[in-house]
Structures are given as structure tokens and as C-alpha cells.
Design a protein around this ligand. Structure first.
Ligand code: SF4
Length: 309
């Protein structure tokens, strides 16, 4: 029995949890490779034109995995209760995958998180474990260890980011969903180029999520989406420690288009760049925009320094 895990969407949020869970249960798994042009192309073929870039990439990863494993892990998340709901893509992706790949007889291992039906995370993992033929005690143990692993890695990331924030030099806050920011095809080139330009990227996704959801109220009290709330809250927490903000979204993202508009209108006093990624070839345009953005910030800082001295 081999489980295929698409390296897209919630993988970036939960990979320590998922991987540790399967390892502890002795279940073999395979993770699809980093997104590349081929995966993006395949996903674009399977997806409807109106789908966002991130969901096209997701389908590309599923396409890669189908013939290489017994079951593909495709979670379905409806929301996190009082912490907020999620974009409809996360509610629909199970059905989208099932229908898109029906002719290839895809077999899906799925978990369902739906606070309205009291389907919480632990129950969801219990179901998966039972489906995989494991006993309740072993599943519970694996889940607890997996949660600890995820928490430990999140704390390590946060500590590292705090050290980056202490450093001198230009710091740019990258505000985007983790599946975009960390994706090798769309997000990593931006991080890399910022570093080449001498800036330190600070990732909004690396934050204390509970604190961020609370802090999001400083910018908007009515955001429905949990993940956007966390990003907006991180922005409220980090904004005084950075020199500029990059809003990074995939085209055409509904939640981000609304949330970014709110951010642009309500967060003042910091240079802001709104990047909408569409997966098209060629990085020259993107590099030019990043370069100009960093130049403007450097000039602004020089002016401020001269005024003070
Ligand atoms: S939040 Fe935006 S990028 Fe993410 S899945 Fe929904 S539409 Fe796509």
C-alpha cells in the first residue's frame, strides 16, 4: 500500500503532520516532485480555464501521482469553526479530483474536516488509520507524535524568522498563501531574486497563527477566510519591523483579490507591491518589477537617513 501526496495546497501547511503520521503507522508514501513546467502544464490541461493557478498546479501533481501509488491523499476542509471558513477550492477539491480523473480510475484517500458535522482533525485521521487497517491505539499514538512534530517545526521556523527580523538591512514581508510562497515554480524564484537584490524575505505565513487571527482584527474584523485572516494578522504583527510589503497571489484568486484591496486601502506608510502570478513563461517582467520596488525602498531609506542627519 503506497499513498501519494500531492506537493501542493495543504501539503505546505501539513506536511510534517501527514508524513510523520504515515511514518509512525509504517505506511509507505510518495510525495510528488517540486512543481516544474511539466506539472504546471499538465495541471492546466486538466483544469477549467477559470481555475486559479494554485489549483491548476494541484491537478498537475495529482496527475503525476496517479500511476505511482495506490491512493492519492486529497483532504477536504470546510473550515475551522470559529477560526473561520476556507476558500471553496478546499471544500471542492475532493470532488474536482474525483471527477477530473474518473477515467483513470483514481483512488482517493481523503479526510474530511467539517466543524458543522463535528468532523474534526483527530476523527478524520482516525478514519484514515482505520481504512489503512490500523488499530485505534496505534492511530492515536501516530497522530499525537505527528502533531508534536508539526508544532516543533513551526516553532523552529518562527525562531529562525525572529532572528532574521533582528538582522540589519532591508526586509521585505511576503504576504501570500504558503502553497504559493513555497512553490518552486511560482514563489521560490521571487524569494531567490529578493535575496539576490540584497533583501531579506520575511514570510507572513511563519507566525503564531492564533495571535495572527486576533491581530487581523486591527485591519479587518469581518474576514471570513481563516488562511487570509492569518496572513492579514501576520501583516499587522510584522509591519513595523519591515521596509516593504509584497502581496503575492495566484490568478484569479477570489479571496486574495478582496483581501489585498482591503490591505492596500488600510495599511499605510509602507511601500507595497501587488504581484499576481499567472504561471506564464518568462521572469524578466517580474524581475524588473521587483528590482524597481527594491530601488524605490532603498531611495526612500536614503532620503530618510539624509533628513535625520
Ligand atoms: S484562496 Fe485563492 S489561490 Fe487559494 S485556492 Fe482559493 S482561489 Fe486558489
Amino acid at each position: 500500500m503506497k499513498i501519494g501526496i500531492p506537493r501542493a495546497f495543504l501539503y505546505y501547511k501539513y506536511h510534517y503532520l501527514w508524513e510523520t503520521f504515515f511514518e509512525e503507522l509504517g505506511i509507505e508514501y510518495i510525495v510528488s516532485p517540486y512543481t516544474n513546467r511539466e506539472i504546471y502544464k499538465q495541471g492546466s490541461i486538466w483544469a477549467i480555464d477559470e481555475a486559479c493557478l494554485s489549483s491548476k498546479i494541484y491537478l498537475g501533481h495529482v496527475d503525476y501521482l496517479i500511476d505511482k501509488c495506490d491512493y492519492v491523499l486529497v483532504p477536504r476542509v470546510f473550515g475551522y469553526g470559529t477560526d473561520g471558513t476556507v476558500c471553496t477550492k478546499f471544500q471542492a477539491i475532493y470532488d474536482v479530483v474525483k471527477n477530473t480523473f474518473r477515467d483513470r480510475n483514481i483512488k482517493i484517500l481523503f479526510y474530511n474536516i467539517n466543524p458543522k458535522e463535528t468532523a474534526n482533525e483527530f476523527r478524520a485521521f482516525l478514519k484514515i488509520g482505520k481504512f489503512l487497517g490500523k488499530k485505534k491505539a496505534a492511530i492515536t499514538r501516530a497522530y499525537v507524535i505527528a502533531k508534536q512534530s508539526q508544532k516543533m517545526h513551526q516553532e523552529m521556523d518562527l525562531k529562525y524568522q525572529e532572528q532574521l527580523l533582528e538582522k540589519d538591512g532591508l526586509k521585505i514581508l511576503l504576504v501570500g498563501h504558503q502553497y504559493n510562497v513555497y512553490d518552486r515554480y511560482i514563489g521560490s524564484p521571487i524569494i531567490q531574486y529578493l535575496k539576490e537584490l540584497g533583501a531579506t524575505p520575511i514570510i507572513a505565513d511563519i507566525c503564531d497563527k492564533k495571535e495572527a487571527r486576533e491581530a487581523s482584527k486591527q485591519i479587518s474584523e469581518t474576514l471570513p477566510w481563516a488562511f487570509n485572516k492569518e496572513l492579514v494578522g501576520a501583516l499587522a504583527i510584522y509591519k513595523d519591523q519591515v521596509d516593504g510589503i509584497i502581496l503575492m497571489s495566484s490568478f484569479p484568486c477570489g479571496p486574495d483579490s478582496l483581501v489585498n484591496e482591503i490591505i492596500i486601502r488600510r495599511v499605510k506608510g509602507l511601500p507595497m507591491l501587488n504581484l499576481i502570478l499567472d504561471g506564464q513563461d518568462g521572469s524578466a517582467g517580474l524581475e524588473t518589477r521587483l528590482e524597481s520596488f527594491i530601488d524605490i525602498i532603498k531611495l526612500k531609506k536614503e532620503d530618510e537617513y539624509e533628513r535625520k542627519n
